[in-house]
Write a protein that binds this ligand. Structure first.
Ligand SMILES: *Cc1c(COP(=O)(O)O)cnc(C)c1O
Length: 472
């Protein structure tokens, strides 16, 4: 312990660090309080390290003089003074890329968000009556009109929608689900765990690959609150497989006077002219087939902001709305403004496909993407050092976000190959560029998939590729 105390005494004091010329420079650029806090945090961290070391011989390796602290302080100050969430170039070809923020929004939605952010709004104020209103009125009739449902409620995201519905309609009772639909969506969202959180008792029926209507029927008891169907989203069971259709489930549920809930995940509002896309159920068809509650995300195939839609029978939606948890998962006014703008676009499906970036990207044709890839290849071949060579390759892009996992969208990718740089090195350099470029690696090459590039990305892409090829 005495040895540790000796080292603690060696540790510089805040004032000793602050008088160093390098720190004085920082003080000229940044508020004094921020720099002082940074110095304090670094010194405290070193103190903690000294105290926690078990192997005393490691103490000698610690650099504790005032000048040794300079790079640590600089790094911390830089970290807190630069934006953490930044624009990146999505060159992965994955349209609804959850790690890159899922859907980007149409201009109408961006303007609506700016309006809601800059000004007071009639968020919960009924202008015609001059009294308190509900934030749900701004989108409820849009959703019911677009989907044919009786009632609608919008919350913070789809995970919250599922949690809220199960809690409000089935707490302390039984919910029947097929074993083939007990999915994990990613980021820790697992259907069985959400059910446990909601306080419902999960009753699993069938097997992983086959579930029949009789399996549900046998499981119904006086304790059953609802039958749940879950879109398997990010995987598909192929081969010797069988699932119960929504129609069959509805028929059975009606016999017993039970509601059916369908967690659709993505929620497609309009058909796209893309082969294979028709396999995903449309929200309107699910409502028509008799689902009593349908839930889906705002930022997956809908192409809007993060939000969770709850559609369905009026009496059920009303019960959900009145549950105390609804307040805890309510949507914010900025997302609500964006959602309203996106939903309005759907009244003209042709316009929706053009203006909602998620839909437009999914619909981009191979020919169009190939022409763009060839054009950029031409520019880069002339402008970039021969250290990197370029070719255009036929590839596949994916929708992502757990939607249509098997659907392959034919695309054109620009491949970057270098004899001097490994694909891993190039990937790292692209990722650490300004703006960062997120690309795929295939064997010894980098692939830039044109499907998810925005027109404004092209110039930056050229700049970044030039830079990564000029360093050593
Ligand atoms: C994505 C998904 C969710 C979660 O939705 P979030 O918008 O991410 O909260 C829930 N259920 C299914 C079936 C999904 O695909």
């Amino acid at each position: 312990m005495s040895e540790k105390q000796e080292y603690l005494r060696k540790l510089s004091a805040v004032d000793e660090v602050l008088i160093l010329p390098e720190i004085a420079e920082l003080l000229e650029m940044h508020p004094r309080g921020l720099v002082v806090d940074a110095v304090r945090i670094i010194i405290n961290e070193l103190r903690e390290t000294i105290l926690s070391l078990e192997d005393l011989s490691q103490l000698e390796d610690l650099k504790l003089e005032a000048k040794d602290l300079i790079p640590l302080v600089k790094k911390l100050v830089q970290k807190v003074t630069t934006f953490s969430q930044r624009r990146v170039i999505n060159a992965t070809g994955v349209v609804v890329h959850t790690n890159l923020g899922r859907s980007i929004l149409p201009e109408e939605a961006v303007e609506a968000m700016a309006m809601a952010a800059r000004s007071y709004t009639n968020l919960e104020y009924d202008l015609s009556q001059g009294q308190r209103g509900s934030r749900q009125t701004h989108v409820a009739s849009l959703l019911t009109t677009l989907t044919g449902s009786e009632a609608a409620l919008v919350v913070n995201n789809n995970a919250a929608a599922v949690l809220l519905v199960l809690t409000a309609l089935a707490q302390d009772r039984e919910v029947i689900v097929s074993r083939g639909e007990l999915v994990e969506i990613g980021g820790g969202f697992r259907i069985p765990e959400i059910m446990r959180q909601s306080g419902v008792r999960l009753v699993e029926v069938g097997t992983t690959n086959k579930t029949r209507i009789e399996d549900y029927q046998r499981a119904i008891t006086s304790e059953t609150a609802l039958l749940l169907k879950v879109h398997t989203s990010n995987f598909k069971i192929v081969g010797f497989a069988q699932e119960v259709s929504l129609q069959e489930l509805v028929c059975l549920a009606r016999e017993f006077g039970l509601p059916v809930m369908y967690d659709l995940g993505s929620g497609v509002l309009t058909q796209l002219d893309v082969r294979g896309f028709e396999q995903d159920p449309k929200v309107r068809d699910c409502v028509k087939a008799g689902a009593d509650i349908v839930t889906f995300s705002g930022d997956k195939l809908l192409g809007g902001p993060q939000a969770g839609m709850i559609l369905g029978r009026k009496d059920l939606v009303e019960r959900v709305k009145e549950h105390p948890l609804a307040r805890a998962v309510r949507i914010n006014k900025i997302s609500l403004a964006a959602l309203e703008a996106v939903l309005r676009l759907y009244f003209d499906p042709a316009r929706a496909v053009q203006e909602i970036p998620t839909l437009a990207m999914i619909c981009r044709s191979y020919e169009e993407l190939k022409a763009e890839a060839e054009a950029l290849k031409e520019i880069l071949t002339h402008e970039v050092s021969p250290k990197i060579t370029f070719s255009v390759e036929d590839e596949v892009s994916r929708i992502g976000g757990g939607a249509l996992p098997l659907l392959e969208l034919k695309t054109a990718a620009l491949a970057l190959f270098s004899k001097d740089l490994s694909a891993q090195e190039m990937e790292g350099r692209l990722r650490l560029s300004h703006p960062p470029v997120i690309a795929r690696i295939k064997e010894d090459r980098i692939l830039i998939d044109f499907r998810t590039l925005l027109p404004s990305d092209r110039d930056d892409l050229v700049k970044v590729i030039k830079e990564i090829s000029s360093g050593d």
